[in-house]
Design a protein around this ligand. Structure first.
Ligand code: ADP
Ligand code: 5GP
Length: 196
């Protein structure tokens, strides 16, 4: 059964132009899980690796989940125009390295960004042909369960992220398509279909 809600607003890129897809959704909804599941079966799907000032979680590796940088280094990336977009999220900064994305699009390859609402809005402004996909939880209670159950954040950080989640959920209609993350397998399949 499909979980997808399409608003029919997704701009189709001109023939031959690869697609830039942005995946957003509240913290803990399952973005990383869905993307990892999809890429296990389809390692050819290219995902942009962001720079962040957040400290690595156990198991996260430099250059794989993120490029982990100090505040000063992030300042430099911003000042030198090296980020396609960037935002502060729940006390840390995150940004998409511009060159890798543009190189990939120029090479004719689809590009996937997993970024927050503020970043998605910036991409919509600067690259209006991008497709914006929102990953929604089956319910608010389930989102709280997932974010808490992941066990990677302190209660204070969880509370902060849940506050932001309310704002993000209210912006769902700005996205071209919503996928409801009930089943990781279903959503990974639907996301893959949207990419090309
Ligand atoms: P995000 O990247 O959106 O912050 P994660 O991918 O880290 O979220 O997922 C948060 C938690 O929810 C993880 O513990 C993950 O295993 C769990 N999770 C993700 N998708 C599902 C799902 N469809 N059903 C149940 N649990 C899920
Ligand atoms: P986390 O700390 O859980 O890995 O990520 C927190 C939030 O930051 C998530 O919503 C994630 O999508 C977002 N994020 C990750 N990388 C980027 C980025 O490069 N730019 C923006 N704007 N948000 C990002």
């Amino acid at each position: 059964m499909s979980t997808a809600v399409s608003r029919g607003t997704s701009p189709v890129p001109p023939a031959g132009q690869p697609r830039l897809t942005v995946l957003s959704g509240p913290s803990g909804v399952g973005k990383s899980t869905v993307v990892a599941h999809m890429r296990k079966a389809h390692p050819e799907v290219w995902l942009s690796v962001s720079a962040t000032t957040r400290k690595p979680r156990p198991g996260e590796r430099e250059g794989v989940q993120y490029f982990f940088v100090e505040d000063e280094e992030f300042d430099k990336l911003v000042a030198n125009g090296e980020l396609l977009e960037w935002a502060e999220f729940a006390g840390n900064r995150y940004g998409t390295p511009r060159k890798a994305v543009l190189d990939r699009l120029e090479a004719g390859e689809p590009v996937l960004l997993e970024i927050d609402l503020q970043g998605a809005r910036q991409v919509r402004e600067t690259m209006p042909e991008a497709q914006l996909v929102f990953l929604a939880p089956p319910s608010w209670d389930e989102l709280v369960r997932r974010l808490t159950g992941r066990g990677t954040e302190s209660p204070e950080v969880i509370e902060r992220r849940l506050k932001v989640a309310k704002i993000e959920l209210a912006a769902e209609s700005e996205f071209d398509t919503t996928l409801v993350n009930t089943s990781v397998e279903d959503v990974a399949r639907e996301l893959l279909a949207l990419l090309s």
